[in-house]
Design a protein around this ligand. Sequence first.
Ligand code: PRP
Ligand code: URA
Length: 209
Amino acid sequence: MMSVSYMTHPLIRHKITLLRKESTSTNEFRKLVEEIAMLMGYEALSDLETQEINIKTPLEESKQPVISGKKLAVVPILRAGLGMVNGILALVPSARVGHIGLYRDPVTHEPHEYYCKLPEPIDQRQIVVVDPMLATGGSAVAAVDYIKEHGGQKIKFMSIIAAPKGVETLMKAHPDIQLYVGALDRELDDNAYIRPGLGDAGDRIFGTK
Ligand code: PRP
Ligand code: URA
């Protein structure tokens, strides 16, 4: 069954507030997206599998836990998801990185795929899909569809800001994944932008307009 976790840590809430501000510069915005991804990743990865290994401390031989060998895959939805990748890699530097290129049609708001590449094999990996914005949910559903079509099974999805519609749509389409949301906002406007939101995440990360 799909579970949705809403972040409550004051540091995450504080940083999301700074992210929303119109006056936040591109440079600060990028840094904040990365930091929030790291803080959310710390929570989202709290159930990573561990295994015991034998080590030697300066005093004795000892069995101690390490993250088990199965590699993590971080999969950003392009472009804006790219901003979250280094935050996860700061926690798990050996993670592989896949990419799913989707853009929303400005009129229909439907996602269009333009590039996809996942690490192989994908079936045994813990996959963490990252995208700062979960608005209509169209991009998230298409990304998870693609990952499942290519054999992905253990899927977590992290979004910094979500609209109720996006959470509902993703939950209905993929009830077996775990969703982590930094902040749940009020609604979508007529252009399918999240309100109050933070504007266009991709444009704010890359300084485009
Ligand atoms: C944004 C965002 C998500 C998508 C969310 O990407 O990063 O991928 O919209 O909207 P949805 O839930 O309604 O599908 P956008 O299509 O603007 O592309 P970009 O990241 O390249 O700017
Ligand atoms: N994509 C964004 O970047 N912002 C929104 O509010 C909705 C979709």
